[in-house]
Design a protein around this ligand. Sequence first.
Ligand SMILES: Nc1ncnc2c1ncn2[C@@H]1O[C@H](COP(=O)(O)OP(=O)(O)OP(=O)(O)O)[C@@H](O)[C@H]1O
Ligand SMILES: [Mg+2]
Length: 144
Amino acid sequence: MISINANIGLLNPVDLSALPDEKTALAIRHLNLFYGNTQALFDINMRIPKGKVTAFIGPSGCGKSTLLRCINRMNDLVDGCRVEGEISLHGTNVYDEAVDVPALRRSVGMVFQRPNPFPKSIYENVIYGLRLQGVKNVRTWMMQ
Ligand SMILES: Nc1ncnc2c1ncn2[C@@H]1O[C@H](COP(=O)(O)OP(=O)(O)OP(=O)(O)O)[C@@H](O)[C@H]1O
Ligand SMILES: [Mg+2]
C-alpha cells in the first residue's frame, strides 16, 4: 500500500490526518507491516472518524485486508508477520502488551470475504464466540 487518500463524503473532503482527538475513533501512526522479509504496509498514518462509515478502496493486493486485520490484531495469527507502529483505538494502543486480545476482537469484529469455518460442527462454529468467553453450557446461558 503506497498511500491513502481519505475523504469524508464527496462534497466535503476533509483531511483526516487533521481530525481532532475527540472526533477520532482510530488513529494509525507510522504503521509498517512485514510478511517475512516482504513489506506490505508502508508508514500508514491516518485517522478514522467516530460515527461515520469509512471505506478502504484500492486495487487487489494493495493491503486493505492487511490493514483491517491489524486493527483487531488478527495478523498476530499469521506466521512471520511483524507489525511496527501504533493503532490507537479510543486512545489505547491495540498493540500494547496489556491489551486483552479476545476483548479487543469483541469490539472490533471482521466479516470475511469468504466464509472461513473452523473444522468443527456448524453448531460449534455458531457458538464459538460464547465458548471463547468461557460459556460452557449454552442452553443455560441462553435462559438467563
Ligand atoms: N498471509 C500472508 N502471507 C504473505 N503475504 C500476504 C499474506 N496476506 C496477504 N499477503 C500479501 O500482502 C499484500 C496485501 O494483501 P491484501 O490481502 O491485504 O490485499 P487487499 O487489498 O485486501 O486485496 P483484495 O482486494 O484482493 O482483497 C499482497 O501482496 C498479498 O499477496
Ligand atoms: Mg482483501
